[in-house]
Design a protein around this ligand. Sequence first.
Ligand code: SAH
Ligand code: SF4
Length: 338
Amino acid sequence: MITLSGLSLEEIEHITDELGASKYRARQIHNGIYLKSAKTIDEMTDLSLKFREELKKIAVVTDVKIKVKQESADGTLKYLLEYPDGEYVETVLMRFDNRANLTACVSSQVGCAVNCSFCATGKRGFIRNLTYKEIIEQVLTIQRDTGLKVTNIVFMGQGEPLLNLDNVLKAMKIFNENFQIGARRLTVSTSGIIPGIEKLAEIDMQSTLAISLHSANHETRARLMNIENKYPLDKLHKALKSYIEKTGRRITIEYLLIKDLNDTVESAKQLVNYLNGIKCNINLIPYNPTEKNDYQKPSGNSVMRFKSLLEQSGKKVTVRLERGADIDAACGQLRGKI
Ligand code: SAH
Ligand code: SF4
């Protein structure tokens, strides 16, 4: 059986060719999947009954199951999805106050090999990469289930997207071309995989790059993130400078704030120094508690102090709103729990 979700128009044309149907049929199927969020071939009612029967013999719309769906008090939706091989990932839909913006937070891998000390996903270890079709299915599932159109996509679910770059790039291309989501509305978040950053700089697809920095001090960052030993701050700095030069784009720096660990005045000064000459916005993320570590949330005052110290350096700083913590859908809380 062929799964139609995630296929490009050309790929669908191969199928209609095989069935001896016109290219116009391919366009209808394509619209059915991406614009009308059809759940089944039978729902593609602009296709003739006879053609639908033919198509149903060889294809299905989707092979992903919604295992669990949870809704947070703030309206955030979290889905636990099951792929045909029995693996699970989460995907999250965030509705910000204005309804026009619907952001899907997608997973790029099952588990994650990077294993940052503060993140629940890393605790699972790495299970496998998702294919580009499996990444796309997450967004299609949200659209089919809610009847809404996703407008922004962030690769901030399970996994390190730059360690599955081929599939991530292919998915981004399809989001761009088939979902008509502008590249600027696609954000890839990375723990700082330098070869991946270099590749993104080369192809410059106008998407947003977000770097999970979390500390500008080598020892502290290494304690938080093992990856600092492989891709240390000084090398990362060079890679970021060159990314910005090549693409002309502003990057996003994500900074997780943990009480008494990296939320001090000294930490803020180090961060300002590190980001001197780096064209960026800063997104502060107050730590969300997960099991099995003793990090704590920073106080509201220390978040505000940190924010204003950074602002004095002329950077634009936002504090990430915590979404969906009551259903373990907030940053770092995804781990495929059943
Ligand atoms: N692997 C990528 C993308 C997924 S994580 C990355 O690390 O960038 C998305 C963001 O959530 C990252 O900035 C990550 O550091 C952050 N995060 C992880 N655990 C968290 C936690 N417990 N509280 C708040 N943010 C967390
Ligand atoms: Fe992986 Fe990102 Fe979690 Fe680190 S924070 S373990 S890179 S998903």
